[in-house]
Design a protein. Structure first.
Length: 152
Protein backbone atom coordinates (compact mmCIF):
# COMPACT_ATOMS: atom_id res chain seq x y z
CA UNK A 1 0.00 0.00 0.00
CA UNK A 2 1.14 3.52 -0.75
CA UNK A 3 1.99 5.72 2.19
CA UNK A 4 -0.60 8.51 2.19
CA UNK A 5 1.82 11.05 3.60
CA UNK A 6 4.28 10.41 0.77
CA UNK A 7 1.76 10.94 -2.03
CA UNK A 8 -0.57 13.52 -0.47
CA UNK A 9 1.81 16.32 -1.46
CA UNK A 10 2.38 15.08 -5.00
CA UNK A 11 0.77 17.17 -7.74
CA UNK A 12 -2.25 15.94 -9.66
CA UNK A 13 -1.49 14.97 -13.23
CA UNK A 14 -2.38 17.40 -15.97
CA UNK A 15 -4.34 16.73 -19.13
CA UNK A 16 -1.45 16.33 -21.57
CA UNK A 17 0.47 13.91 -19.35
CA UNK A 18 -2.66 11.80 -18.86
CA UNK A 19 -3.41 11.78 -22.59
CA UNK A 20 0.19 10.72 -23.27
CA UNK A 21 -0.16 7.78 -20.89
CA UNK A 22 -3.54 6.88 -22.41
CA UNK A 23 -1.98 6.85 -25.88
CA UNK A 24 0.82 4.51 -24.73
CA UNK A 25 -1.73 2.20 -23.10
CA UNK A 26 -3.93 2.31 -26.19
CA UNK A 27 -1.03 1.03 -28.29
CA UNK A 28 -0.49 -1.84 -25.85
CA UNK A 29 -4.19 -2.73 -25.75
CA UNK A 30 -4.43 -2.71 -29.55
CA UNK A 31 -1.41 -5.02 -29.70
CA UNK A 32 -3.04 -7.41 -27.23
CA UNK A 33 -6.29 -7.35 -29.20
CA UNK A 34 -4.38 -8.09 -32.41
CA UNK A 35 -2.74 -11.11 -30.82
CA UNK A 36 -6.09 -12.44 -29.59
CA UNK A 37 -7.70 -11.74 -32.96
CA UNK A 38 -4.90 -13.55 -34.79
CA UNK A 39 -5.60 -16.62 -32.65
CA UNK A 40 -9.15 -16.68 -34.08
CA UNK A 41 -8.13 -16.32 -37.73
CA UNK A 42 -7.32 -20.02 -38.29
CA UNK A 43 -10.82 -20.83 -37.04
CA UNK A 44 -12.46 -18.37 -39.45
CA UNK A 45 -10.34 -19.07 -42.51
CA UNK A 46 -8.76 -15.64 -42.16
CA UNK A 47 -12.08 -13.80 -42.38
CA UNK A 48 -13.42 -11.19 -39.99
CA UNK A 49 -15.79 -12.41 -37.30
CA UNK A 50 -19.22 -11.06 -38.20
CA UNK A 51 -22.69 -11.77 -36.82
CA UNK A 52 -23.97 -12.67 -40.31
CA UNK A 53 -21.53 -15.52 -40.64
CA UNK A 54 -20.71 -16.51 -37.05
CA UNK A 55 -23.79 -15.41 -35.09
CA UNK A 56 -23.28 -15.45 -31.34
CA UNK A 57 -19.56 -16.05 -31.73
CA UNK A 58 -19.17 -12.39 -32.73
CA UNK A 59 -20.65 -11.34 -29.39
CA UNK A 60 -18.37 -13.72 -27.52
CA UNK A 61 -15.42 -12.24 -29.42
CA UNK A 62 -16.51 -8.69 -28.50
CA UNK A 63 -16.87 -9.69 -24.84
CA UNK A 64 -13.36 -11.14 -25.00
CA UNK A 65 -12.01 -7.83 -26.35
CA UNK A 66 -13.82 -5.94 -23.58
CA UNK A 67 -12.34 -8.37 -21.04
CA UNK A 68 -8.87 -7.54 -22.35
CA UNK A 69 -9.45 -3.85 -21.61
CA UNK A 70 -10.89 -4.53 -18.14
CA UNK A 71 -8.12 -6.97 -17.21
CA UNK A 72 -5.38 -4.72 -18.58
CA UNK A 73 -6.38 -1.78 -16.42
CA UNK A 74 -7.69 -3.82 -13.50
CA UNK A 75 -4.59 -5.93 -12.99
CA UNK A 76 -2.25 -2.96 -13.20
CA UNK A 77 -4.35 -0.61 -11.05
CA UNK A 78 -5.06 -3.16 -8.30
CA UNK A 79 -1.47 -4.41 -8.08
CA UNK A 80 0.77 -1.41 -8.86
CA UNK A 81 -1.46 1.61 -9.18
CA UNK A 82 -0.11 2.28 -12.65
CA UNK A 83 -0.28 0.83 -16.13
CA UNK A 84 2.80 0.63 -18.33
CA UNK A 85 1.81 3.89 -20.02
CA UNK A 86 1.34 5.55 -16.65
CA UNK A 87 4.75 4.30 -15.50
CA UNK A 88 6.38 5.77 -18.61
CA UNK A 89 4.81 9.15 -17.80
CA UNK A 90 5.53 8.83 -14.04
CA UNK A 91 1.86 8.71 -13.09
CA UNK A 92 0.20 6.75 -10.33
CA UNK A 93 -3.49 6.17 -9.66
CA UNK A 94 -4.58 5.92 -6.05
CA UNK A 95 -7.68 6.17 -3.89
CA UNK A 96 -8.16 9.26 -1.75
CA UNK A 97 -6.72 7.35 1.21
CA UNK A 98 -3.56 6.60 -0.77
CA UNK A 99 -4.33 2.91 -1.24
CA UNK A 100 -4.52 0.81 -4.37
CA UNK A 101 -7.82 0.46 -6.17
CA UNK A 102 -10.17 -2.45 -5.54
CA UNK A 103 -11.90 -4.24 -8.42
CA UNK A 104 -15.07 -2.28 -7.62
CA UNK A 105 -13.04 0.93 -7.97
CA UNK A 106 -11.68 -0.32 -11.31
CA UNK A 107 -15.17 -0.90 -12.73
CA UNK A 108 -16.40 2.49 -11.50
CA UNK A 109 -13.34 4.28 -12.89
CA UNK A 110 -13.59 2.56 -16.28
CA UNK A 111 -17.28 3.54 -16.44
CA UNK A 112 -16.46 7.14 -15.54
CA UNK A 113 -13.62 7.20 -18.07
CA UNK A 114 -15.98 5.91 -20.76
CA UNK A 115 -18.38 8.77 -20.07
CA UNK A 116 -15.52 11.29 -20.12
CA UNK A 117 -14.10 9.96 -23.38
CA UNK A 118 -17.51 9.65 -25.03
CA UNK A 119 -18.13 13.33 -24.37
CA UNK A 120 -15.07 14.27 -26.46
CA UNK A 121 -12.64 14.14 -23.52
CA UNK A 122 -14.71 16.72 -21.58
CA UNK A 123 -14.14 14.85 -18.33
CA UNK A 124 -10.40 15.19 -18.74
CA UNK A 125 -10.45 18.81 -19.97
CA UNK A 126 -12.32 19.51 -16.73
CA UNK A 127 -8.90 19.37 -15.04
CA UNK A 128 -8.18 22.84 -16.44
CA UNK A 129 -11.00 24.39 -14.38
CA UNK A 130 -11.15 22.08 -11.36
CA UNK A 131 -9.70 23.64 -8.19
CA UNK A 132 -7.86 20.40 -7.33
CA UNK A 133 -6.96 19.55 -10.95
CA UNK A 134 -9.12 16.41 -10.89
CA UNK A 135 -10.86 14.83 -13.87
CA UNK A 136 -14.43 13.53 -13.73
CA UNK A 137 -13.26 9.94 -13.23
CA UNK A 138 -11.18 11.15 -10.26
CA UNK A 139 -14.08 13.03 -8.68
CA UNK A 140 -16.69 10.34 -9.34
CA UNK A 141 -14.57 7.49 -7.96
CA UNK A 142 -12.70 9.29 -5.17
CA UNK A 143 -9.36 8.58 -6.77
CA UNK A 144 -6.58 10.74 -8.14
CA UNK A 145 -3.72 10.51 -10.57
CA UNK A 146 -0.48 11.94 -9.20
CA UNK A 147 2.83 12.74 -10.84
CA UNK A 148 5.65 10.81 -9.22
CA UNK A 149 9.01 12.49 -8.65
CA UNK A 150 11.84 11.59 -11.02
CA UNK A 151 13.81 9.72 -8.33
CA UNK A 152 11.11 6.98 -7.95
Amino acid sequence: MTDLASTARLPSAGVLRRLGAMFYDLLLIIALMMVVTSAFLPLTGGEAISSERYGAWEYAYQVLLLAIVILFFGLFWTRRGQTLGMAAWRLKLEREDGGLLSWADVFKRLGAATVSLTLVFAGYFWIWIDRDRLAWPDRWTRTRVVVLPKDR
